[in-house]
Write a protein that binds this ligand. Structure first.
Ligand code: NAD
Length: 500
């Protein structure tokens, strides 16, 4: 099967590697050293059309009809086993594509296996509906509901956490019985193709149920989201593109979920365990070089502890090891690609123009091995109205903003278009509950930051998205409910007696 070599990949359609109808290729670079180590085809409109047709045919096939809940559960368990058996290789591919620490990508692959097992366990829940008494009608008229898959899911993912964010879609989509066409990010397409290859080699995945077509967002991505053969669009990426994707799915009246950006507040009160809060701030914005949607990029600190907190934070930041993502001693690696690093530098410059002070970092570290490195950066004298405080930078840049009291903290936390996540650091549990109520975000962590779990829903309020991933809510995004009325009376019905 296939014509996949070490570094020249093709697309994966209908259960096998397939050449693109076009000649354009996308280079894949290692951001640590700038080396180009792989290339993938830039999927055309015809390629996407082919994949969507293959998925539709597979969805309607007898082979897939045999994948009842228990067989889908076994399929998902088998995928989990495949990921675990190839954990090191997949993690290495992720690190080579986006520069995330190898320790982190190994951990991510562990999560991927957990997600497949979690949604495997939920397969049985998908088939079950309920019976509904129908009020005011004959006793022998009853109603029951069934949960049915949409059909073909078109999934589009970003570069920051490639396989895990794909698994957040693929696992529930398969659990619910859908076929799947995936367009990975143009920055990180290789791990998706290798995962498809492994799954087809080592599980009973029916041909065409899982397809991967790499390509540019504006061509392959836009074709997928506007294709009439796609029944549900699942997107993770920026808010700007998410709006386009939701509009495009809306024009087709396809179901849609979009997981988008964040500019998340991490709020520290005087009663907090300060050491723990500092670690939470570091974990929130510097780990993963700040390239996470849930990054705690706005650090809101009560004025009573602001100066001491800042001093201690800067001490810790100055100890961060920036370097080779394969080295276990490294704390933060490169940005995933040069343009993203440039964007971060532009934002830092803009912050200075707006009146912020660079309290730490702000530039490439000396002797950096490639153009993708940026120092962890702390901006002070930031006003919440500044662009650096309102826009997602998607890099290791913390904006520290003081507040006077709880009311101001809540007002600042909510004074933003985004609503993805928030952290609150306090030992006052009444205050913790108030903040959990008052902050308009899909996730609030109290005395923690950046925790996720397969059974816990994740998603955004406001401009951070529509829908939820993970948990029962995440499964619900992939099925629709059918309502069946049955009249068992055998009586002849009056044609004009209906009420609706
Ligand atoms: P992006 O929006 O630029 O691209 C995401 C994907 O969309 C890519 O695969 C891209 O090719 C595709 N795309 C681009 N234009 C398209 C179009 N017109 N039609 C269809 N598809 C198109 O985002 P990115 O830079 O890859 O990722 C970073 C963003 O993702 C950040 O904003 C981050 O916050 C967000 N993100 C959100 C979550 C979450 O769960 N909420 C998780 C991770 C990342």
């Amino acid at each position: 099967m296939g014509n996949c070599t070490m570094d020249e990949y093709s697309m994966h359609i209908g259960g096998e590697f397939t050449d693109s109808t076009g000649d354009d290729r996308i280079p894949v670079r290692n951001p640590y050293n700038g080396e180009e180590w792989a290339s993938v085809p830039s999927g055309t409109e015809e390629d996407i059309d082919r994949a969507v047709r293959a998925a539709n045919a597979a969805f309607e096939s007898d082979a897939w009809a045999e994948f009842t809940q228990s067989r889908r559960r076994e399929l998902l368990y088998d995928i989990a086993d495949v990921v675990e058996a190839n954990l090191e290789e997949l993690a290495r591919l992720e690190t080579k594509q986006n520069g995330r620490l190898f320790t982190e990508t190994q951990g991510q692959m562990g999560h991927v296996a957990e997600y497949f097992r979690y949604f495997g366990r939920l397969c049985e829940a998908v088939g079950s509906g309920r019976t509904n008494p129908v009020d005011g009608t004959k006793a022998d008229l009853f109603n029951f509901t069934k949960k049915e898959p949409y059909g073909v899911v078109g999934a589009i993912t970003p570069w920051n956490v490639p396989i895990l964010l794909s698994a957040w879609k693929l696992a529930p989509a398969l659990a619910a019985g859908n076929a799947f066409v995936h367009k990975p990010s143009e920055q990180t397409p290789v791990s998706a193709l290798r995962l498809a290859e492994l799954i087809y080699e080592e599980t009973e995945m029916p041909d065409g149920i899982y397809n991967v077509v790499p390509g540019d967002g504006e061509v392959a991505g836009a074709t997928l989201t506007s294709h009439s053969g796609v029944d549900k669009v699942a997107f993770t990426g920026s808010t700007a593109v998410g709006r386009e994707v939701a509009a495009s799915a809306g024009r087709n009246l396809s179901a849609v979920s979009v997981e988008l950006g964040g500019k998340n507040p991490n709020v520290i009160f005087p009663s907090a365990n300060i050491e723990n809060a500092i670690n939470g701030v570091m974990r929130g914005i510097f780990a993963s070089t700040g390239q996470v949607c849930m990054a705690g990029s706005r650090v809101l600190v009560h004025e009573a502890i602001h100066d001491e907190f800042l001093d201690r934070l800067l001490d810790n930041v100055s100890a961060i090891e920036v370097g080779d993502p394969m080295d276990p001693e490294t704390d933060i690696g490169p940005m995933a690609f040069r343009d993203q690093c440039e964007t971060v530098k532009e934002y830092i410059g803009l912050g200075e123009e707006e009146g912020a002070t660079i309290a730490y970092g702000g530039d490439s570290p000396e002797g950096a091995p490639s153009e993708c490195f940026i120092e962890p950066t702390v901006l002070t004298n930031v006003d919440n109205d500044m662009q650096v405080a309102q826009e997602e930078i998607f890099g290791p840049v913390a904006s520290v903003i003081p507040f006077e009291d709880e009311a101001e903290a809540v007002a600042l936390a909510n004074d933003i278009d985004y609503g993805l996540a928030a952290g609150v650091w306090t030992e006052d549990m009444r205050q913790a509950h108030r903040l959990a109520d008052d902050i308009r975000a899909g996730t609030v962590w109290i005395n923690q930051y950046r925790i996720i779990a397969p059974n816990v829903p994740f998603g955004g309020f406001k401009d951070s998205g529509i829908g939820r991933e993970s948990g029962l809510e995440g499964l619900k995004e992939y099925y629709q409910t059918k309502s069946v009325y049955m009249d068992l009376s055998g009586e002849v019905t009056d044609p004009f007696a209906g009420e609706y």
